[in-house]
Ligand binder design. Structure first.
Ligand code: DGL
Length: 270
């Protein structure tokens, strides 16, 4: 039976596009629906209760309106807070999550010193602490919460100037040296940050691996969909919905550059 329902990919802004491009590469025949809650961006500094409520009611609306075959929460800040509650609220919809790649980092590090670069919210989460306890107790893990990087990534993507100094301040705490060893892996635990990875490489005090989970998330989506993959009708375009219904031409061009057609978001179910 044909199932042309979309795969919904969610983030607070443009960061989830790092996951969308991998999903499209692995699943070229799926119809993708990108949803950015940019009216709330950046969500990394939101109080937990308020953010969780916002996400739950947003998804009540999105799932009722679009009936996605699967949802990818392409946002560490959202998933580490509300992933479990979203799954419970929508038991018939498979959710693929994004969590800090602490397990692979712990498996790959040679020095045993890894840093997790994330939003302040993700750094605070119980979920993140339990990933460290479960998978990286033998490592030295430095959590670095950045106030500004998600916004700087969006500026950079829109073609606005972002200086090395601005980035340097945000990543400096990732680099530790102790007993002749130094940090060798930095986990990019916010989906916005891979857009800045090449800039980070240039200004890092020494080379490290910058772990981007996007491909692993897309592979998990392939596993979740299983054989439920379909050829889309040629006429169906991938759609983007931004909750602020932005008008800025630079943003519209950027979204079009990712092969997405921007449509009006309505908070009412259709
Ligand atoms: N892209 C989001 C993440 O992966 C967070 C960006 C924001 O602060 O809104 O955590």
């Amino acid at each position: 039976m044909s199932d042309n329902r979309p795969v919904l990919i969610f983030d607070s802004g443009l960061g989830g596009l790092t996951v969308l491009r991998e999903a499209r590469y692995l699943l070229p025949y799926e119809t993708l629906l990108y949803v950015a809650d940019d009216a709330a961006f950046p969500i990394g500094r939101w109080p937990e209760d308020e953010l969780k409520q916002r996400l739950l009611s947003l998804f009540d609306n999105l799932i009722a309106s679009h009936d996605p075959k699967a949802v990818v929460i392409a946002c560490n800040t959202a998933f580490t807070l509300a992933g479990e509650a979203l799954r419970m609220a929508h038991p018939d919809t498979p959710f693929v999550g994004t969590v800090p790649a602490i397990k692979p980092a712990a498996e790959q590090t040679s020095s045993g010193m890894i840093s997790v670069l994330a939003t302040p919210g993700t750094v605070r989460r119980t979920y993140t602490r339990s990933l460290i306890d479960s998978f990286a107790s033998q490592c030295h893990v430095r959590l670095v919460g950045s106030d500004m990087l998600a916004e700087l990534a969006e500026k950079y993507l829109r073609g606005e100037a972002v200086s090395d100094e601005e980035l340097q301040v945000e990543i400096a705490d990732c680099f530790l040296e102790s007993d002749g060893k130094r940090t060798d892996i930095v986990v990019l635990a916010c989906t916005h940050y891979p857009f800045l990875a090449n800039r980070f490489r240039k200004i890092a005090p020494w080379p490290v691996d910058w772990l981007d989970p996007a491909e692993a998330i897309a592979r998990q989506l392939v596993r979740v969909l299983g054989t439920d993959t379909e050829t889309r009708p040629a006429s169906v375009a991938d759609i983007a919905l931004f909750t602020s219904n932005p008008e800025a031409p630079a943003l519209k061009r950027l979204i079009a550059g990712f092969g997405l057609k921007l449509e009006a978001y309505s908070s009412k179910t259709s």
